[in-house]
Design a protein around this ligand. Structure first.
Ligand SMILES: *Cc1c(COP(=O)(O)O)cnc(C)c1O
Length: 368
């Protein structure tokens, strides 16, 4: 049997950095400063500079980044926040954590993102914010979303968990809205050796608020003005992320290279390869096809030892966890959930591996 091809190969990803990381961890153990130290501050400054924003505030996960962002904006009970239904559940979960109500917007069938036209009818006097998600690594249509938000006096939080490094019209995602949230979950484009996240903003007052909220609502030691959280990025994780971050452009370039090879090998087949938004630089957190008989292809790939995934099989508005909310009308997401299939995608994916995957898809669609 030929070698299995995984969705991501984190062992291959970390192997070249092993010695550097172990040496760095040794230094941290020698100094014994583990929480809110120089590596955390260094990572915050480096990522903020990379995105072109003034401040980064590290925290314990991407989900917490969203929670902290909502709290920083004082969003809570009685407020509505519009989120895409076609996303990882964390985007909507965070809205619920602060006691606000998620309102689910449908997405467009090519880019898998919310649109201004789709969101406009959902805006009510209670709407406080929109959380667009740069799904699979490609930017949401930020200019039209920001314009709509401005017209209605509502805020925007970018969920860039899947899209660090992606650009739209030359500008990095994470620098468009009032706040942006990233995840360092191991399989993300900048994924660490554990959980982590960060919030970005140009607004100094929001950054200060975030720094206190992540640390038990404390801006001065043992004084707690509001109820906060224990949500910090530890020094070992920050060290590891700094090492990985030095190579982020090469990692994203590796993903883009694999995506181009997939495109070339698959474009003449009866399926839809990922659409590229005009002016957008996609960083391919996922390479996601649309295909009519998706489950048959999935079964075939698995039988040949090739991993593939469905992100997401249940849109948020159909999740049991949100069954108490009023019903939502999201026909595009309800169709996409049966059509999407994500292929193996990671910086180290080789041309030979792409060739083999494409060969299996070709044979399957030709009835071989
Ligand atoms: C991964 C992810 C999150 C949550 O990040 P965690 O670090 O796993 O908490 C939020 N939104 C989206 C779109 C994600 O993909």
């Amino acid at each position: 049997m030929e070698q299995q091809i995984p969705m991501v190969d984190l062992r291959a990803h970390f192997a070249p950095l092993r010695e550097e990381i172990l040496a760095g961890i040794g230094e941290i153990l020698d100094q014994a400063g583990f929480i809110l130290g120089a590596h955390g501050r260094g990572l915050e400054a480096e990522l903020a500079q990379y995105l072109g924003v003034a401040h980064g505030v590290g925290c314990a996960s991407g989900t917490d980044a969203l929670l902290l962002a909502l709290r920083a904006l004082d969003i809570g009970p009685g407020d509505e926040v519009i989120v895409p239904t076609f996303t990882f559940i964390a985007t909507a979960e965070a809205v619920r954590y602060v006691g606000a109500t998620p309102v689910f917007a449908d997405v467009d069938p090519d880019y898998f993102c919310v649109t201004a036209a789709g969101i406009a009818p959902l805006i009510t006097p209670r709407t406080r914010a929109i959380i667009p998600v740069h799904l699979y690594g490609q930017a949401a249509p930020m200019p039209e979303l920001l314009q709509l938000a401005e017209q209605h006096g509502i805020l925007v939080i970018e969920d860039m968990a899947q899209a660090i490094g992606a650009r739209l019209h030359g500008q990095r995602v994470g620098s468009f809205a009032q706040l942006a949230c990233v995840s360092f979950f191991p399989s993300k484009n900048l994924g660490g050796a554990g959980d982590g996240g960060m919030v970005f903003t140009n607004d100094e007052a929001l950054a200060t608020r975030l720094r206190g909220l992540r640390n038990h609502g404390s801006w001065r030691t043992y004084e707690h003005e509001v109820l906060g959280y224990n949500s910090r990025l530890d020094e070992i994780q920050a060290l590891i992320l700094r090492k990985l971050f030095q190579r982020i452009d090469a990692y994203n370039a590796g993903r883009q290279q694999a995506a181009s090879l997939y495109d070339a090998a698959l474009q003449d087949l009866p399926l839809q390869i990922p659409a590229r938004r005009a002016g957008a630089e996609h960083v391919f957190h996922q390479y996601t096809l649309q295909i009519a008989d998706r489950d048959a292809l999935r079964t075939r790939l698995h039988a040949e030892g090739i991993a593939c995934g469905v992100y997401y099989p249940i849109p948020c508005h159909q999740q049991q966890a949100f069954a108490d909310l009023p019903p939502s009308h999201c026909p595009v997401a309800e169709s996409l959930k049966d059509r999407v299939l994500s292929l193996p995608m990671f910086p180290e994916l080789s041309a030979a591996q792409v060739e083999r995957i494409a060969g299996v898809i070709r044979a399957h669609l030709h009835g071989e």
